[in-house]
Design a protein around this ligand. Structure first.
Ligand code: MGD
Ligand code: MGD
Ligand code: SF4
Ligand code: MO
Length: 734
């Protein structure tokens, strides 16, 4: 292939000999890009490209998607089940039967000895929806532990909780197309350009064609903030105060939408009396945003006609995470900005299928957004699955972040970790290590065998990942898209669905419940359960999902029969008056008093520790750490530190320093940059035994999500740099 001037120094791209392109949906972030993987004549995956006709990405991919095919034969993949008696022994290879029998026996032994809830199961947002549904059936219908949760408690729990409190149900009301209609966009704690690059591209493209003000609220000058019209560098953890002040101005100046409020909401009087306390001057002293800016943003937002808010972890990962989401919803509701083109509150989801787990995994309830607390829901699912509804617990069990303290106190004795790596992702990992050491039995099911958490496993189950499996995922805008098996899992590794079905055989002795093998059949079972509900997918099946490059829910059998072509599904929800999920069809306006309970910088620990992500890497780097083009840019941990702070400390670019919090310490490299204020450092959490040695992670009272972004640290200079470099490396060897 030749680009540029054909005769003068043409750019040559090596011909990879691709003979076939196979369809999939990207398995990293929740943007939900459609990918094609190129196979050469030997059937080897040699390339990835974006799919031109796909609504979401329109041919584009970010650098994670572009190299995704390299995962198939990357280092560290698990190829055979492994077992050992004590977690510190050497692992021995085992047969699948031996590993699954052992797991089954240990689950039942522990449950018999200590009670059904003494065995906990922690899952993920990174499997396929049919797998989530099957694991839910196995856990709720047969194993019978109520301590079943997902890593989504670290990620989307505050969004779920906030949506439920405001609207009566989870379910993001908007879509990416809203960028094309909005007249004002407010982004709360989201680094969209790096963490959801293709959603960012959709936004930037819409903004270029039809300019609208972009207001970014983030203590750090992120790439998104650099591209904003206004950047509000908020004091960490105080977003609720700013929200109250914005509502104060809107209500005081009569800029609210009274018709919408009267027709769609309850609670305006209570909200008004609470926000009356947050005049911009008082609020500015707490949240660090001056009164003029507060007034300008309030007016811009309320007068826009169609105003949109998006948010990610800067809001969710906070002791006010759920309240922050409710605050965003309050702002949207009082200005009539829900369910209309360009007027919405759209939570930008994290993992590729965090939405699918919310809808179908039964983690916090029962499938299809049903609740354990609701007797009719228990009855319906019990009948449908063929089990006694009395077997279901009557309220949800512990959240992931409460399961570890319960291991610490001996209430929980056994653990099954599926596609999550808590030793790298939970706050205060020294404490998590102690908990893991106390387990009588731990089984880790992961596509990589070299995870930090597998150190504590008695049984390791090697899983397939991404396009080694078949099933659907739901993205941020409720779009269900499909992944097809392009490669076989390496060695004797198996798709997660196969593993759950084999486990189910062991628990399902009377064969009362059915466990179909084929993802397409499981999808149809889920569709049946979705009939008439918010997340109705009765009009979809695997084939039509692939054909349309993803379809948004709701998409009903009636819509399919009416032959909407091509079927695009539901762009928005709550589009008409009185359609919220509370019984009376109204949303709730909820007052949000602010209590400052964070660990804040002081004399001993003078810096805020802000943690988050980089574009090149994915979480604990089990995947991107092994893809050369992702890893080589950022192979070691570093902090962003303000140049003035670096000068005062006497440290320069490339030097190592020790970060010390009340929990522990970590050695990292220094990168001075104006991206962070003088009293803050930003530390990516991708590197093992680093960020989460330091974090405190206080929990949100509603969502139990950790405040990963608000801890206090001090920085110590290290005179012996060679020694420091060595120590920094050694910390990550195990
Ligand atoms: N490349 C890449 N992309 C990813 C991921 C990845 O690991 N790598 N992970 C995916 C997942 S699971 C998730 S959840 C998303 C996360 O996506 P984002 O939430 O966009 O990413 P983060 O870097 O965690 O945090 C976003 C911002 O929150 C800001 N922040 C910190 N404290 C506050 C505060 O008090 N208020 C406000 N308003 N902002 C604050 C931080 O400065 C940071 O810039 O990314 C997804 N996409
Ligand atoms: N300090 C700090 N900590 C954080 C955050 C932060 O911003 N700051 N963010 C939090 C957030 S938002 C999140 S989402 C969590 C993420 O936390 P984790 O879920 O622990 O992170 P991952 O590294 O993505 O772990 C997923 C694991 O699943 C495996 N895996 C991938 N695909 C498959 C599959 O198909 N099947 C199986 N069986 N295994 C698979 C991977 O190899 C990996 O080991 O981290 C949280 N921790
Ligand atoms: S934006 Fe997200 S879904 Fe799209 S290619 Fe990148 S990682 Fe994959
Ligand atoms: Mo996340």
């Amino acid at each position: 292939m030749l680009f540029g001037r054909a005769k003068n120094n043409p750019v040559k791209i090596a011909d990879k000999g691709i003979v076939d392109w196979k369809y999939a949906t990207c398995g990293y972030c929740s943007t939900g890009c459609s990918i094609e993987v190129g196979l050469n004549k030997d059937g080897k995956a040699v390339s990835s490209r974006g799919v031109g006709g796909a609504d979401v990405n329109r041919g584009k991919l970010c650098l994670k998607g572009i190299f995704e095919h390299e995962l198939f034969d990357s280092d560290g993949r698990g190829t055979t089940p492994m077992m050992r008696t004590q977690y510190h022994d050497e692992f021995q290879p085992a047969s699948w039967d031996a590993a699954l029998d052992k797991t089954f026996e240990e689950i039942r032994r522990i449950q018999k000895k200590y009670g059904p809830d003494s065995f906990a199961i922690i899952s993920t947002g990174q499997m396929l929806t049919e797998e989530f549904y099957t694991l839910g059936k196995l856990t709720r219908g047969l194993i019978g532990t109520n301590n079943y949760d997902g890593n989504t408690t670290l990620c989307m729990s505050s969004a779920v909780s906030g949506y439920k409190r405001s609207f009566g149900s989870d379910g993001p009301p908007g879509c990416y197309e809203d960028f094309e209609h909005t007249n004002c966009l407010v982004a709360w704690g989201s680094n969209l350009s790096e963490q959801h690059p293709i959603i960012y591209w959709r936004m930037a493209d819409a903004k270029e064609k039809r300019p609208f003000p972009l207001i970014v609220i983030d203590p750090r000058v992120t790439m998104l903030a650099q591209n904003a019209d206004m950047h509000l560098p908020i004091t960490p953890g105080t977003d609720v105060v700013l929200q109250n002040a914005l509502m104060h101005v809107i209500l005081k100046e009569g800029l609210e939408d009274r018709r919408y409020i009267d027709a769609n909401t309850n609670g305006i009087a209570e909200l008004e009396s609470e926000v009356a306390k947050y005049d911009p001057v008082t609020a500015s002293k707490i949240c660090g945003i001056d009164e003029d800016t507060i007034q300008t943003v309030a007016r811009l937002f309320a007068k826009a006609g169609a105003a949109m808010q998006i948010w990610t972890m800067g809001i969710n990962q906070s002791t006010h995470g759920s309240d922050g989401v409710v605050g965003i919803n309050n702002l949207a509701l009082i200005t009539g900005n829900i369910g209309k083109p360009g007027g919405t509150s759209l939570s930008i989801t994290g993992q590729c299928n965090a939405m699918g787990t919310r809808e179908w995994s039964s983690c916090s309830g029962l499938p299809g957004y049903r609740a354990l607390e609701n007797p009719e829901d228990r009855e319906e699912i019990g009948k449908f699955w063929g089990c006694d509804p009395e077997f279901f617990p009557k309220k949800r069990g512990l959240y992931q972040t409460d399961i570890y303290p319960a291991i610490e106190t001996g209430q929980i004795k056994g653990l099954w970790l599926i596609a999550t790596n808590p030793l790298s992702s939970l706050p205060n990992t020294a404490r998590i290590r102690k908990s893991m050491e106390r387990l009588e039995f731990c089984v880790v099911q992961d596509c990589y065998k070299d995870t930090e958490s597998a150190q504590y496993a008695h049984v390791y189950l090697p899983a397939g990942t991404w396009a080694e499996k078949e099933g659907v995922m739901t993205n941020t805008e409720r779009r269900v898209n499909i992944v097809k098996p392009i490669m076989k899992p390496p060695g004797d590794a198996k798709p997660d669905l196969w593993i759950f079905n084999q486990m189910a055989k062991r628990f399902n002795l009377e064969e009362k419940l059915s466990f179909p093998d084929k993802a397409a059949d499981i999808f149809l079972e889920m569709a049946e359960l979705s009939k008439g509900r918010l997340s109705d997918i009765t009009g979809m099946n695997h084939e039509m999902i692939e054909k349309n490059r993803g379809v948004q829910w709701p998409y009903t059998a009636e819509q399919a029969a009416a032959g909407e072509a091509p079927p695009k599904g539901g762009k928005r929800i709550y589009t008409k008056d009185g359609t919220f999920s509370y019984k009376d069809g109204r949303a709730k306006l909820i007052p949000l008093p602010f209590i400052d309970n964070n660990e804040v910088p002081d004399e001993k620990f003078p810096f805020w520790l802000n943690t988050g992500r980089l574009i090149e890497h994915w979480h604990g780097r089990t995947k991107t750490g092994k893809v050369a083009d992702n890893n080589k840019y950022v192979p070691i941990p570093f902090i962003e530190i303000n140049p003035d702070a670096a000068r005062e400390l006497g440290v320069r670019t490339g030097e190592y320093v020790r970060l010390v919090s009340r929990r522990s310490d970590a050695i990292v490299m220094v990168t001075p940059t104006g991206r962070v204020p003088k009293n803050m450092v930003f530390l990516p959490f991708h590197f093992f035994d680093c960020a989460n040695r330091l974090t405190l992670g206080l929990l949100d009272p509603h969502s139990r999500q950790p405040a990963y972004k608000q801890s206090a640290i001090r920085i110590e200079r290290l005179p012996d740099q060679a020694e420091a470099a060595k120590a920094s490396m050694e910390m990550r060897e195990f």
